[in-house]
Design a binder for this molecule. Structure first.
Ligand code: AMP
Length: 401
């Protein structure tokens, strides 16, 4: 069976999967794994295959060592990349800037181009390049494909993409809305027309990707027309640990009056804010337990989260004019019925009505959760970014063969 190796390389970790690109979103990957704490004495390699989990604790000096050791571990189990029919490697790349809208067959010039985009994603793109270079050396005979988080949003209309700041400064510094989670928004929105029996070229929809990171998009006839993340993935919705949109003046205030450094503010807004900043926890299962125990901060955090979500839903309803579908996806969107119910509460006058019984059903594949009377269909569609990357890589590989 032809498989695709999917690599998501971070600054101190590599996540990887070996995936059958024809699988469904809820299938377990054939092989999955994680190399953690690269460069630290406390490294760890975890591999999962056929219901078994193998963990090796050892120092992993570099990304190259991490992938080599992982491949050796998989070889020993008989599922190494060179033992299987691997047709392509798909690499997640966070920032494609204004350069890349589509998956790209990786060559030296493409790597150099991704390198020029490092100023836009200083933590992510260098790590993504590390993963690409190591994997190309270890598997030189298969096509490697870069899939960009920003790609689906590359062609946002200027009115949605531009910030109202000095145009020269913005252009010099490449400041504009790029959007992220694009692979997920595209994967999910592309499934919706068939589920609601509509022509994809005449479908207007809102996608709510609610995971630890969260973003939403307005999609018209297959094209994104707006999205909540911006120059960076810090913007938009309230998230697990990220603030989402705030008054930019808060940053000057914290710097000048609060005596905080730029790095401290960066850490505050990215890692100590959002639901965690308000309640102490970022996992929605823990948040719900705290709400059930009448923890006031948890209740407040939840309400701020829902309020911000409803603001975005409302503005995208206006941007789209007619909304055929609103779809929930990712960890919170797929599993938390309270979030879904509260996000769309009291919207019957807009033709949006969730069926509480359908909403209560456990997460089990793509499904409609609105009432038959609801003119806007409400759906839950599980996302699977690795599978989406595998499908894109396999498609491109088959075109060049
Ligand atoms: P993701 O980033 O898509 O993996 O989503 C991770 C988040 O999903 C976790 O931090 C939880 O907040 C949330 N989550 C996962 N499972 C559940 C569940 N059964 N109920 C509520 N929230 C969940």
């Amino acid at each position: 069976m032809p498989y695709v190796l999917v690599i998501n390389s971070g600054s101190s970790s590599i996540k990887f999967q070996i995936v059958d690109p024809t699988a469904s979103a809820s299938d377990e990957p054939f092989v999955s794994g994680l190399v953690e704490q690269i460069g630290e004495p406390s490294g760890r390699i975890t591999v999962k295959h056929a219901g078994q989990k193998y963990v090796v604790q050892k120092e992993v000096a570099t990304h190259a060592v991490g992938l080599e050791e992982t491949f050796a571990l998989l070889d020993a189990k008989g599922v190494g990349p060179t033992q299987l029919d691997i047709v392509a490697a798909g690499h997640r790349v966070v920032h494609g800037g204004m350069v890349f809208s589509q998956p790209e067959l990786i060559s030296d010039p493409v790597v150099e181009m991704i390198r020029t985009l490092i100023p836009l994603a200083p933590l992510h793109n260098p790590a993504n390049i590390d993963g690409i270079e190591v994997a190309r050396k270890l598997l030189p005979n298969i096509p490697h494909v870069a899939v960009f988080d920003t790609g689906f949003f590359r062609d946002l209309p200027p009115a949605a993409a531009l910030y109202a700041i000095n145009a020269e400064v913005a252009e010099k510094n490449l400041v504009r809305r790029y959007g992220f989670h694009g692979t997920s928004h595209e994967f999910v929105s592309s499934q919706v027309p068939a589920l609601i029996d509509r022509d994809p070229l005449h479908t207007r929809q809102i996608v709510l990707h609610l995971g630890n990171g969260a973003s939403c998009s307005a999609v018209e006839n297959g094209h994104a027309i707006d999205t909540s993340m911006g120059l960076t993935p810090l913007a938009g919705l309230v998230m697990g640990t990220r603030s989402g949109d705030i008054d930019p003046g808060i940053i000057f205030h914290l710097y000048r009056q609060g005596g905080m450094s730029i790095d401290e503010i960066d850490n505050l807004l990215n890692r100590q804010s959002g639901v965690k900043g308000l309640s102490g926890v970022n996992d929605f299962r823990e948040l719900r337990t705290m709400i059930d125990n009448e923890d006031e901060n948890a209740w407040l955090a939840y309400n701020v989260y829902i309020n911000q979500l409803r603001r975005f839903i409302g503005s995208y309803m206006i941007a789209l004019g007619r909304v055929d579908a609103i779809t929930f996806t990712a960890g919170v969107g797929e599993n938390d019925k309270h979030v879904r119910a509260d996000a769309l509460d009291n919207m019957r006058m807009y033709g949006i009505e969730i069926d509480p019984e359908k909403n209560d059903l456990p997460n089990d594949g793509p499904r409609i959760i609105s009432t038959d009377n609801s003119t806007t269909k409400v759906l839950v569609v599980p996302t699977n970014e690795e599978l989406a990357i595998a499908q894109k890589a396999a498609r491109l590989a088959s075109q060049i063969r």
